[in-house]
Ligand binder design. Structure first.
Ligand code: SAH
Ligand code: SF4
Ligand code: F3S
Length: 485
């Protein structure tokens, strides 16, 4: 869910997070997150819950009393990565026999106590809806027992928990607006690991956005597996729950969050083609601080595959949604997710994906080989019959088509002035800054007086498939010549 062109694997490598602890006497927590942004956001809730129980986060693995891995199950290789990491942790445990190791997140939920049997060094297994129970579970573990809680909930949204912000840049923050997923796409493990869909109280979302703005953040990304089905004050049958209160759907929520401050940029992820409404697009078009970027995963360009995937839309419906975006916001950037070699995918069906990509010309795409997941509908109903090598071949074709489009898209963004939110020093060269324009394209430019968290005006002069490069210009120049907000 993060920017980055033709990434072939969405899971982020494990990232340790957390300011260095100032808590000398207390216990130390080393928290590592894998998978999607929701996991990274959940880790901030975990840090908050455990801070109340006397654990300060540390960035030094070696000084930790407790190591927690917040894990991902989306594809088999995501789980393999965690297994390798656990092998590595064995050494840490040999050096410090008091060290406790816990598994959180989707792999914890999928494998439950089986994990304790398979991975002897694991002391603690906690699923995504059970984090409030962590202080008790950690107590048990400290007492020398093993502890597991993988109960899923229909209500838990951690609404009132103030996340401990673990990203020390302090410019862009994430807010979970809902949890779980009810869609049951046939390839996907998420409904099993995250449980039923539930939306979070809009007031708590807006107040979290206010809080982030007050702390100096200038961008929030609203997170959900299907943000378009966000709803508040409506029951399952679509009836109003409290007639005194307004109904809040995603369009109204975006309006509310964008009103927090015109200098707070708002992004969101992920949209679902079957649920994305024109109303949402119209709100986006109306407000400059709602960034002109939509991640709209297509998965496949062939309606028969989409049917087997249980995605709830056809190729024509998807194209209609793309047309709606182009009509309402002619300049909106669009990215996607694609799966190569799903069960029974014929060459013709694969080519339909390529042709759809050629029609839409995405700014960016996350592209994957199909990986069969236990318990999913596809695992039970279909054969994973596209040979591994052929999946690889199809994936490379998809990547190569996308590379061309990404290059074309960044080329088209060259030679204009953009308002950029400065995020910090560029990854490659500390003498330069990096930020993103409204279209979510990374822009690198020479350092100026602006500080991270401020806006700069940058004229783009050069590009690769993933990045724009440019020079900053005075605001007066940007206003005179015109700029993209
Ligand atoms: N809720 C989001 C997707 C979350 S998972 C949505 O519906 O768009 C992120 C991406 O991982 C998916 O869009 C899909 O492209 C990919 N993915 C999910 N399960 C997969 C599997 N079993 N094999 C390969 N890719 C998968
Ligand atoms: Fe998985 Fe589909 Fe839900 Fe996305 S919408 S999380 S792909 S089940
Ligand atoms: Fe992975 Fe769970 Fe997210 S399976 S992609 S961490 S919801």
């Amino acid at each position: 869910m993060r920017p980055g062109n033709h990434t072939i694997d969405e899971e982020r490598q494990g990232e340790a997070v957390g300011p260095r602890s100032g808590n000398k006497g207390g216990r130390k927590l080393y928290l590592e997150s894998y998978g999607c942004q929701m996991n990274f956001s959940d880790s901030e809730i975990v840090a908050s819950i455990l801070a109340d129980a006397g654990y300060a986060t540390t960035k030094e693995e070696g000084e930790a009393d407790l190591i927690l891995l917040n894990t991902c199950s989306i594809r088999d290789n995501a789980e393999q990565r965690i297994r390798h990491r656990l092998q590595h942790l064995k050494r840490g445990k040999r050096n410090n026999p008091k060290l406790k190791v816990g598994i959180l997140g989707c792999m914890a939920e999928r494998l439950r106590d089986q994990l304790l049997e398979e991975e002897k060094l694991v002391d603690l297994v906690v699923g995504p809806d059970a984090y409030r129970d962590l202080p008790r579970l950690v107590d048990e573990v400290e007492g020398g027992q093993k502890a597991v809680n993988t109960l899923l909930s229909r209500e838990e949204t951690y609404a009132e928990i103030q996340p401990v912000r673990l990203d020390d840049k302090g410019v862009t923050g994430f807010i979970s607006i809902m949890r779980g997923c009810d869609n049951m796409c046939s390839f996907c493990v998420v409904p099993f690991t995250r449980g039923r869909e539930r939306s979070r109280d809009p007031q708590s979302i807006v107040s979290e956005a206010h809080d982030l703005f007050a702390k100096g953040y200038r961008e929030v990304t609203l997170l959900g597996q299907n943000v378009d089905s966000y709803k508040w004050n409506v029951d399952v049958k679509g009836q109003v729950k409290d007639p005194e209160q307004p109904i809040v759907r995603f369009a109204q929520l975006m309006d509310l969050v964008s009103d927090v401050n015109p200098d707070l940029r708002v992004r969101f992820s992920t949209s679902h083609p079957k649920d994305m409404t024109d109303e949402v697009l119209e709100v986006m078009a109306r407000k400059d601080n709602l960034c002109k970027y939509i991640h709209l995963p297509v998965q496949s360009g062939h309606s028969d595959v989409l049917k087997r995937m249980n995605r709830g839309y056809t190729r024509e419906w998807y194209k209609n949604r793309i047309a709606a975006i182009r009509r309402i916001m002619p300049d909106c950037a669009i990215s996607t997710d694609v799966i190569a070699g799903f069960c029974g995918e014929t060459l013709e069906e694969h080519e339909a994906t390529l042709s759809l990509m050629n029609e839409v010309r995405y700014e960016m795409a996350y592209m994957f080989k199909y990986s069969e997941r236990p318990r999913t509908l596809a695992e039970r109903k279909f054969e994973d019959d596209v040979p591994e090598e052929e999946k690889g071949r199809r994936l490379s074709e998809i990547i190569s088509v996308q590379k061309g489009h990404s290059m074309e898209r960044t080329a088209a963004q060259c030679g204009k002035i953009y308002r950029i939110l400065v995020e910090g020093p560029s990854k490659k060269n500390k003498e330069e800054y990096q930020g993103r324009n409204t279209y979510n394209t990374v822009v690198v430019f020479s350092r100026t007086d602006e500080q991270p968290g401020q806006y700069a005006y940058v004229r783009t002069t050069d590009h690769t498939a993933a990045t724009l490069r440019g020079e900053s210009v005075e605001e007066a120049v940007a206003v005179k010549e015109g700029f993209v907000a």
